[in-house]
Design a protein around this ligand. Sequence first.
Ligand code: DGL
Length: 269
Amino acid sequence: MAVGIFDSGLGGLTVHQAVQARLPDLDLVYLADSAHAPYGVRTSDDIYNLTVAATQRLFDAGCDLVILACNTASAAALRRMQESWVPTDKRVLGVFVPLIEALTERQWGDNSPPREVEVKHVALFATPATVASRAFQRELAFRAIGVDVEAQACGGVVDAIEDGDFILAEAMVRSHVDALRRKMPDPQAAILGCTHYPLMQDTFQDALGAGVKVFSQADLVAESLADYLTRHPDKMGRGAPAFLTTGDPARVSSRATQFLRRPISFSAA
Ligand code: DGL
């Protein structure tokens, strides 16, 4: 039984890499639904059905705990899955909450009423589906008051990254940061609300300027998972690690190797 990590494509590898560094003895099965990426332009029903199918594939591979390393799936499908689909002996966790806890300076499980926090103006960069779901604003409102969030839907960035076209991805990131700045000239913090975006983190930071604190998820999720597993050691997976894709394994392996700068070999899911 290993822990499953799911993303629509390669962005979740940023989370996989951080989890592996933080928990080197944990075995992980990664699943990229490359045949259906990007999710960010799909309807919520579509995202729900695809995420359920992918999570079931990871359960079938022996995972009892699956991390949705995809904000779009976490925003559009997680709550509905937890309420009506996840079997009682399995767990599915999303990547939103660790990020919001870091932004609001909270510890895991702190359910006290919302309070004022230091950052007041926050820029959120995410896929169109994540922005449309308003899930980030909803989760934030449970924990903080008086925070002004301006969301920028970054259409096209995931496609460019999945195609390995980093010149196009960089141009798009800069244009999305410009668009955000027209709505919110001086954000104090920026949230990279898509697991693909850490691959463009330097460009986001450069376009935003050194004065803007950029939060990205990989390390925060790894830390939250480590904390979760000390409280739920039965979910600490050991099994056959694997990288699976619903797309073309040769193409996906070559892109993944390019992203992470180490050989990664995907097999057909
Ligand atoms: N990495 C996914 C996320 O965090 C990308 C979604 C997509 O496929 O558009 O939202």
